[in-house]
Write a protein that binds this ligand. Sequence first.
Ligand code: T3D
Length: 258
Amino acid sequence: MPPILFEVKDSVAIITLNRPEKFNAFNREMALLLQQKLDECKEDDAIRCLYITGAGKAFSAGQDITEITGENSLGMNHILSEHYNPIVSRITHLEKPVVAAVNGVAAGAGANIALCCDVVVASTAASFVQAFSKIGLIPDSGGTFFLPRLIGWQKASALMMLGEKVDAVAAEQMGMIYRYFDEAVFEQEAMKIARTLAQMPTVALAYTKTALHWAFAHTLHEQLMNEDKLQQRAAQTEDFKEGIQAFLEKRKPNFKGR
Ligand code: T3D
């Protein structure tokens, strides 16, 4: 079976991490294939939202530990630059909304790849672990960037140092994720969010994503100018015209993502 399953339904690209016997831990093949699929999603205008989930019981257990230690190990100095950093960069720069549907445990790089997505939802069967400290590593894949911004410095610092597991309910309460859903309805509810996003004015959603990411690196004054620039671009879209027209005609808008 390929380490990534890929299908497009209702304008949503469904990307499934698929090494269930290894809790979807990342080996090189899986990391490179995920990058390739993210590139395909970027190029394909028919795809308006991405949905990343895991096959089986886990979302992803992060780096496949047997691949770091094995004879054919790539070496620590290449794993981040060739595997995880390009994945996190692609997700965060992609001008389309990305939903992480965390179906089970998300550990190490698996957790941090989920947390860099635009909307993170989790099943009650899911949990999040900054597992790195347990094996003498530091959090990577953008974890030190995103986690303190999501839940605050103190909680991020403690979770990263102690490596404690956080369940989905606690993750929602501390603002690490958007929402959790009961395991029985999780897939249905998570997909509903992705389908909703795919039908929205996705160019404006892309600019929203850009503005949020820029906000981390700019002053209020600069960010007001950034918002102005992006808003002018949003106002040029067909979807903006359609949104206004639909409002005036008291009907549901039919957004095309253009
Ligand atoms: O340069 C670099 O490499 C740096 C890159 C770093 C990126 C990282 O992600 S570092 C962090 C790597 N990940 C971990 O340290 C997590 C290790 N796994 C765990 O802590 C636990 O397995 C979990 C908390 C994820 C789940 O626990 P539990 O009790 O629900 O399941 P389990 O029994 O431990 O694991 C189930 C199976 O998955 C098991 O296989 P088996 O014994 O049934 O055949 C286990 O070996 C396998 N598995 C889980 N995690 C990994 C893994 N196999 C390979 N690599 C894993 N990371």
